[in-house]
Design a binder for this molecule. Structure first.
Ligand code: CA
Length: 682
């Protein structure tokens, strides 16, 4: 699911629930978004000079449905305290790069005001220990050090928002693929790292707090599925978490701050694996409050699964949960000539890559998170927009201010990724602002989610047409297709005119795949997929029959190499495929006998995927007809689900010929793979 090197995200933050104040004192007169602001923070020194700024700017949530350009369906029963958070860690680098933010009316304003007016009540910031090279040049990605968190934390508090502090315990991005320790800590052992984490966490929080922030949650580590701070052993990782957690708890108690401790994982699509993470925290007695996840809908499975996992964790482990990162596309464009992590092709059905689609996706994630009883949802880097007008000007600005995902100066610290692919924003198509910095209507989803909007009806998705047709049959495409709308209570159909030219170009006598373009009555274009099916003369071509005995196997290897496997991910069609694996060298044929039905030219083919077959692997389709044997060119298997279609054409055969069609596989010990959808057609 990683988008290779462009996947940079990182971080986590979290939300928190508003409210409770740190002291036991009065309630601040200005309440924002349902948050009560404490009258006075109590620091360990007994002084509380910062509270007067908290909530200086406030903005109320709507009390009824509003009229808008985009439709938002209300989420019933969503708590006013629900965290509607945004990570804006790159903001200061963006501002230093000259970015100006505009509200929907085109007025230049402070980003925090725009966010507050849109219903955002929580801000997340990531912290890298020292994102600078020896000459003081920033690594990029916002150059997010403690000093930047101080500024962002204070501004958040002024706008009535709590702060989630996201420690990466690294000098740069930490995620499942990398968890480099800060350079200064690189040679320390686990016990030393634990002590350094304690001190760094405590001191950083103190600095941010004294800068005026209303710290509500602290995330100790970022997407730590596979490691943390250069430590990859699970027990060692747990000891680092214990140390970080202890520092946060100590600081929280000393300042009467009621700070929640969040631990952050990703890959919630692996439900069992995610439950194991929670179990591990429990078995190691790690003291924490919030089990947080990243949930990106194009990478991390269904929302139902996300909801169910969070609900299970909350129920079984008695902790709060939170979606610490999410995002979705607002456009299919790239605004800064630096490739984006997620392309428009990855947009989900029913969620187009535009402001309406983005708002609907975020609304739905909030709805599912609410159903799970989660504290809330943080949108990741929703204001990370392009900084310049063309690539050359962008590049200079990214290098100077760190507003791209990585600068060239990060090459020494992260040579494999930043060193090769440094550059701009891979996230500008997931911002909630357009490329000029103007707020998109979708930004308001955070406040509209309570009472919804009235908006012009707009189609969101069209039925996907897929037709299978036998040889010689007439292709019939539907005259109308189904349409879904931004208002889900409306559905309907539209008339479609299919391209006569493309229809006429379909050769109904030969198996092949075609697409036909259609134009709807509203002018939108759709496509139909038409598959002209060969008549396949093989029995059980996909290994799907309960009785697979039509297939015979000759295993020349030492082990028990083959079986019929039920596993959709390893099958090309349906769930079953012919599977092979052996600890010994692999050498087998799988084949069946067929009587040729008519004189003519035939083709045999099969689909195979697999790997670890060694340099001398040989995978072929063969046909034996009496004394004649025909063998295809061999293919090399090169990875999971990298399907190879092997074709053996131009077989001249006569009616009544008794032939054998098969696949021959030879490879190294520990090779593996599956065979599916074998064909013999005329
Ligand atoms: Ca970009």
């Amino acid at each position: 699911m990683r988008k290779g090197s462009l996947y940079i995200k990182g971080t986590a933050v979290a939300l928190l629930m508003a409210v409770t104040a740190c002291g036991k004192t009065d309630v601040h007169p200005q309440a924002m978004n349902g948050q009560e602001i404490p009258a006075e923070p109590v620091s360990d020194s007994g002084k509380a000079p910062y509270l007067e700024i908290w909530g200086a700017y406030s903005s109320a949530l709507p009390t009824e449905k509003e009229t808008a350009e985009i439709f938002v369906e209300p989420v019933n029963g969503l708590s006013q305290d629900f965290i509607r958070g945004m990570d804006i860690s790159s903001l200061i680098a963006e501002e230093e790069s000259g970015v100006v933010y505009y509200d929907e009316d085109g007025n230049a304003r402070d980003l925090f005001e725009i966010l507050a007016d849109a219903g955002i009540n929580y801000i997340r910031v990531r912290i890298w220990n020292h994102p600078y090279d020896a000459d003081g040049n920033g690594y990029g990605g916002g150059n997010c050090d403690v000093e930047k968190a101080v500024q962002l934390g204070r501004r958040a508090a002024e706008h009535g928002m709590k702060l989630l502090v996201d420690f990466h315990y690294s000098d740069f991005w930490a995620d499942p693929n990398k968890q480099y320790a800060p350079t200064e800590w690189a040679r320390k052992d686990v016990a030393e790292k634990a002590a350094l984490i304690d001190e760094f966490t405590y001191q950083s929080l103190k600095t941010i707090y004294e800068g005026g922030a209303n710290i509500g949650m602290v995330q100790i580590g970022n997407e730590i599925n596979n490691g943390m701070c250069g430590v990859y052993d699970d027990d060692d990782k747990m000891s680092l978490l214990a140390s970080a957690s202890g520092a946060v708890r100590r600081f929280s108690i000393e300042t009467s701050s009621d700070i929640k401790i969040a631990i952050h994982y990703t890959q919630v699509d692996d439900a069992a694996g995610t439950m194991k993470k929670a179990e591990q925290l429990k078995s190691h007695d790690v003291d924490y409050d919030v089990f947080g996840i990243s949930y990106y809908p194009y990478w991390h499975g269904t929302m139902e699964n996300m909801r169910d996992v969070l609900k299970d964790i909350r129920t079984h482990y008695g902790v709060e949960t939170c979606v610490l990162e999410t995002a979705y596309l607002s456009t299919d464009e790239d605004g800064d000539n630096f490739g984006n992590s997620v392309a428009a092709e990855e947009a989900l059905t029913g969620y187009p890559a535009d402001s309406q689609g983005q708002a609907k996706m975020i609304r739905d994630i909030m709805s599912y998170a609410g159903e799970a009883g989660a504290l809330g949802v943080f949108y990741w880097e929703g204001a990370w927009v392009p900084v310049g007008s063309d690539y050359d000007s962008n590049k200079a600005i990214w290098e100077e201010h760190g507003s791209g995902w990585a600068s060239s100066y990060a090459s020494g610290y992260d040579p494999q990724d930043a060193g090769k692919y440094f550059g701009g924003s891979s996230w500008d198509n997931q911002a909630m602002f357009d490329f000029s910095g103007k707020a998109l209507p979708s930004l308001n989803v955070f406040k509209w989610v309570y009472h919804g909007t009235d908006a012009p009806l707009q189609p969101l998705a069209y039925e996907e047409v897929y037709i299978e047709s036998g040889i010689g049959e007439t292709i019939e495409l539907p005259e109308e297709i189904g349409v879904s709308y931004n208002d889900p209570s409306v559905s309907g159909t539209m008339k479609v005119e299919w391209s006569e030219e493309e229809l006429a170009a379909i050769d109904v006598d030969t198996g092949n795949l075609y697409t036909v373009t259609g134009t709807l009555e509203n002018g939108a274009e759709v496509t139909a997929t038409v598959k002209v099916m060969n008549v396949n003369y093989l029995s059980d071509p996909g290994f799907d029959e309960t009785d697979p005995s039509v297939w015979q196997v000759e295993d020349r290897g030492a082990g028990d190499t083959t079986d019929i496997q039920k596993k959709a991910a390893d099958a090309l069609s349906d769930e079953y495929a012919f599977h092979f694996y052996s600890t010994e060298a692999i050498d087998f044929d799988v084949y069946q006998s067929v009587t040729v039905p008519a004189d003519g030219m035939y083709t045999a083919c099969a689909n195979v995927q697999g790997g670890d077959m060694g340099p001398d692997q040989k995978v072929c389709v063969f046909v034996k007809n009496g004394d004649e044997e025909f063998v295809s060119e061999p293919v090399a298997l090169d990875g999971w689900r990298s399907w190879k279609k092997i074709t053996l054409p131009d077989l001249s055969m006569k009616a009544g010929d008794e032939i054998i069609v098969g696949i021959s596989v030879q490879g190294a010990a520990k090779g593996w793979g599956t065979i599916d959808d074998v064909e013999l057609y005329k």
